[in-house]
Design a protein around this ligand. Structure first.
Ligand code: DX5
Ligand code: ZN
Length: 248
């Protein structure tokens, strides 16, 4: 409305819902189907960390396990590929039925071409930015993506301490997405828990990966609901803040 300050992203009526994605990296790998079902009805996505022992030192799970999980849960799978050669391996996850396939900018020569292939194969496309990678060189590519995953730790291991300084990248990306009217999920991954989730939401994240905070809780579904509620508090804080330059 004329005369009112422009609404910041966070208080638009159309601000997308906040998503919580438990990471099964912190679950019991011998009982993955049960661990997935433990958060059904509470979680929005199930985050699956694929590590190849090359892009990161750790080795986790790959396409056969993802296929089994797809048959075992109704939750959309959010596959986070910490692998080399995503142009070669990524499409298989999309074809299998993953809801979202996110690969690392550091591993990709032509991120836009991979995004196009993933979308053509039926999934959303996500771009991940690791701890030591600046976001600025990728801002102009974001129009080709559905998700930007900003690591809030160094990729490769669960249970690490959240690095608050990395939220600056979230702010930069959110500002860019808002000014370009991009429909972009900004997902944060690493050290997200009851102490840190609100700050991430306040910075502009709207999807929250949580491994340890969910699967070390006595009631994982309740932990997911609590994280979403605290994220909502963070978003509210941001929307209560006067928008920069918004006095006309
Ligand atoms: C680490 C993974 C994360 C991990 C997060 O590289 O990408 O998804 O599971 O675990 P927590 O929430 O324990 O930091
Ligand atoms: Zn992850």
């Amino acid at each position: 409305m004329r005369g009112l300050p422009p609404a910041p992203y966070t208080c638009r009526v159309i601000a997308p819902q906040l998503l919580v994605a438990p990471s099964i990296l912190a679950a019991d790998f011998a009982h993955l189907a049960d661990e997935a079902r433990a958060v059904e009805g509470a979680a929005d996505w199930l985050h699956v960390d694929v590590m190849d022992n090359h892009f990161v030192p750790n080795l986790t799970i790959g396409l056969p396990v993802v296929r089994s999980l797809l048959a075992a849960t109704v939750l959309p799978l959010d596959c986070h590929l910490m692998i080399e050669a995503p142009q070669r391996w990524g499409v298989g996850y999309a074809e299998a039925g993953a809801y979202n396939v996110t690969f690392h900018a550091e591993a990709a020569d032509n991120p836009v071409a991979i995004a196009r292939d993933l979308r053509a194969a039926g999934s959303r496309a996500g771009l991940a930015i690791d701890r030591d990678t600046p976001v600025e060189p990728y801002l102009e590519l974001l129009q080709h993506f559905d998700v930007l995953l900003i690591m809030t730790i160094k990729a490769g291991l669960g249970g690490q301490r959240f690095l608050p300084e990395l939220l600056e990248k979230v702010r930069t990306a959110r500002q860019h997405a808002a000014s370009g009217h991009l429909e972009l999920r900004i997902e944060v991954d690493g050290g997200i828990d009851e102490q840190t989730v609100a700050a991430a939401a306040e910075a502009g994240a709207d999807a929250f990966v949580a491994g340890t905070a969910v699967y070390s809780a006595a009631d994982p579904a309740a932990a997911v609901r609590r994280l979403r509620q605290l994220a909502g508090d963070g978003r509210q804080l941001a929307s209560d803040r006067p928008s920069p330059g918004g006095t006309d």
